[in-house]
Design a protein around this ligand. Structure first.
Ligand SMILES: NC(=O)c1ccc[n+]([C@@H]2O[C@H](COP(=O)([O-])OP(=O)(O)OC[C@H]3O[C@@H](n4cnc5c(N)ncnc54)[C@H](OP(=O)(O)O)[C@@H]3O)[C@@H](O)[C@H]2O)c1
Length: 321
């Protein structure tokens, strides 16, 4: 539903990255409010999601940054504040969310951002901006992995590795919504969380090999690659598929061929059509986003430090109010 909007100021608060390196290089700054181009909208950002690709990009191992200072962040939720030339899909005041432009910079760690209208979806009624801002990247990743690559169907068995994390906690719910039997790996402190999400079996990845505890799986979601990929491929039944989020590496194809299983690689994109379907699941409660912690925009560095420790349950969010 459209909300009243305030006059657009000339400048905005943002968290800028001043160079490649540690989280201390993320600093509060004032920047000009961007102007929407053709087919774009200006969004008053209420909340921005913090993702693993954000801190990978910050240290030079993610998306390339041409010019500093740069504004990180892709996941956003907010209110349409102005329309660029030819933009007709939304009205000023509409509530929207999305992961625009990825893998080009989108500047979500700011009070305003511009985005192509086709890469956004209407916020489902009742969904709060913090939860919506945590949704796009992890839901689109889980969707591409389980729906597009694995073509998961009812009754299949799925192993979700890192199931308490951003991608994992969504993948567990999406797989359940598709009628699958779900096995999730997490440290023991997160097992109850996984059961609440609907996992049928939980495995502590820290107390022995996952491949010794799980067998005869149709689909594996592997967020970590490397040694994990080699181990997790062993839980597949012949003809099964392992979808990795870490790209192809030397030896993967030979390993899969030797076991008679298939591989897939997800590289998430701002898929407006899939985001619309995800919005329906978020709206009807089939999918919920667990928000571990909300940081003020000025504490973006602390949000990165927390994420980089590698044990977030669900999502970290920046409050850009
Ligand atoms: N290719 C793509 O398109 C794409 C898209 C999105 C994400 N990714 C990548 O996918 C990975 C996961 O993303 P995310 O957003 O889910 O990250 P995240 O939220 O930071 O993941 C945190 C989770 O990782 C789990 N974990 C830590 N060590 C583990 C281990 N040894 N084995 C299994 N789980 C472990 C933790 O579980 P416990 O706390 O229970 O220990 C925690 O719940 C990242 O590397 C990210 O870059 C790729």
């Amino acid at each position: 539903m459209a909300q009243p909007t305030s006059p657009i100021p000339a400048t905005m608060r943002a968290a800028v990255l001043t160079g490649l390196g540690g989280p201390e290089l993320l600093r509060p700054a004032d920047l000009p409010v961007p102007v929407p181009g053709a087919g774009e909208v200006l969004i008053r950002v209420h909340a921005a999601g913090v993702n693993a690709i954000d801190w990978a990009t910050r240290i030079g191992q993610g998306v390339g940054i041409g010019v500093f200072p740069a504004v990180l962040g892709w996941d956003l939720s907010g209110t349409v504040a102005a329309l660029g030339p030819g933009a007709t899909r939304f009205a000023v005041g509409d509530q929207v969310f999305g992961m625009p432009r990825f893998p080009r910079l989108a500047g979500a760690y700011a009070q305003y951002a511009v985005a192509p209208e086709g890469e956004l979806a209407q916020l489902p009624a009742g969904l709060e901006h913090n939860a919506a801002a945590g949704a796009p990247m992890v839901t689109l990743t889980a969707w591409e992995s389980l729906v597009d690559h694995a073509q998961l169907t009812s009754g299949q068995r799925v192993l979700v590795s890192g199931a308490a994390g951003g991608v994992g906690h969504v993948a567990v719910q999406l797989a359940k919504a598709l009628g699958a039997e779900v096995i999730g790996t997490a440290s023991a402190a997160n097992h109850e969380f996984l059961r609440e999400l609907g996992a049928d079996q939980v495995v502590d990845y820290g107390s022995g090999r996952v491949a010794d505890a799980v067998k005869d799986v149709d689909v594996v979601l592997d967020p970590r690659g490397g040694a994990d990929f080699a181990e997790l491929a062993q839980v597949l039944r012949p003809g099964g598929i392992i979808v990795t989020l870490k790209g192809q590496q030397a030896g993967y194809q030979e390993l899969l061929a030797a076991r008679g299983v298939r591989g897939g690689y997800t590289y998430v994109s701002p898929n407006g059509a899939a985001l619309g379907e995800i919005a329906t699941l978020l709206g009807d409660g089939s999918l919920r986003i667990a928000v571990e912690r909300v940081f003020p925009l000025a504490q973006a560095a602390e949000a990165h430090r927390t994420g980089e420790r590698g044990h977030v349950r669900g999502r970290l969010i920046l409050d850009t109010e």
